[in-house]
Design a protein around this ligand. Structure first.
Ligand SMILES: N[C@@H](CCC(=O)N[C@@H](CS)C(=O)NCC(=O)O)C(=O)O
Length: 297
């Protein structure tokens, strides 16, 4: 092997799921490095790896000369796999494939999930949009401040990109780039294009399964998880998802929805806090209660 490949990954990131499934289909071996979201990706140590601060990122290290290239966008990772593995995508259909990818990326399943779920769950909303958001703001300000010292470097330096990525995130809540209405409209457009293609053949490009089917199926799965009346999933598209779920690459690369992942962590945090308070109350009894009342006053 002349290259070492490292994927900076998170199991509940839709973009990392696209990258994982395509790397698997391309037969590319890689080491997975977990980056915690939505805070760990803002650590200065991750900023050194990915100037976009997002997940996934792919590091390609040549063992011959130690040269390192880092891809910081899942579409670049898909393109890298396409270049490395003949037949991953049919070469004569690249235009069509890119159109499907554009649609899927525009109707971002992660953003639809965050924006549509939060208003219905107060605990989730407060944790994500107040507590995590303020922790993120603190980390982003620190990162932007640190990187602002490097701004006079070479114009296109990666440090400058880190600064831009940090400042851009300061202006928006987690998972919000487009409006929910716009995202829903894009999702319905995507759904009807998938449905139309699947009315003609078993898979999106014909009777043979290709990597674009795997990517599209992940997107459909997230839309199914969201279960929104405003984005109906047609029976044909549902059947396509069922077929995709039977395949080995699906089972080996694991598609997980972000909402239960965050909820598990929120409830775990709440249980730990209650446990701690209980232990403290047992140890310090009523004097602890007095301190809490004093602080609250
Ligand atoms: N265009 C990027 C988008 C990646 C992206 O949005 N990743 C999300 C997780 S699915 C992320 O890292 N969010 C954390 C943040 O933006 O701070 C790609 O395709 O790789």
């Amino acid at each position: 092997m002349t290259t070492i490949i490292k994927l900076y990954d998170h199991q509940a990131s839709i973009h990392a799921q696209y990258a994982r499934i395509v790397l698997h289909l391309a037969g590319i071996e890689y080491e997975k490095i977990h980056i915690d979201l939505p805070l760990g990706n803002l650590d200065p140590s991750y900023a050194k790896i990915s100037s976009t601060l997002s997940i996934p990122a792919l590091e390609i290290i040549s063992t011959k000369n130690n040269n390192k290239t880092t891809l910081t966008d899942s579409r670049d990772i898909i393109n890298y796999c396409t270049r490395r593995t003949d037949g991953l995508f049919p070469k004569d259909r690249i235009g069509e494939i890119n159109t499907i990818l554009d649609l899927i990326y525009k109707a971002n399943g992660g953003q639809i999930s965050f924006q549509s779920y939060a208003p219905n769950d107060r605990i989730f909303d407060v944790t994500v949009n107040t507590i995590m958001s303020s922790l993120r703001q603190r980390k982003l300000r620190k990162l932007a401040h640190k990187e602002s010292n490097n701004l006079n470097n070479i114009p296109k330096s990666p440090r400058k990109k880190v600064y831009k990525s940090a400042v851009e995130r300061l202006d928006r809540p987690i998972g919000c780039i487009a409006t929910l209405d716009g995202l829903m409209q894009s999702a319905n457009e995507t759904m009807s294009v998938l449905d139309e293609k699947l009315s003609k053949s078993k898979w999106l490009l014909g009777d043979e399964h290709t990597a674009i089917d795997s990517i599209a199926a992940i997107w459909v799965q997230w839309i199914v998880y969201n279960n929104l009346e405003s984005i109906p999933v047609t029976p044909r598209v549902l059947d396509f998802l069922n077929q995709s779920q039977q395949r080995s690459e699906w089972k080996k690369t694991k598609v997980e929805w972000v909402i239960p992942y965050i909820k598990r962590r929120v409830y775990f945090g709440i249980c730990v806090m209650i446990g701690l308070l209980y232990l403290l109350a047992n140890k310090f009894g009523s004097s602890l209660l007095g301190v809490i009342v004093f602080i609250l006053q």
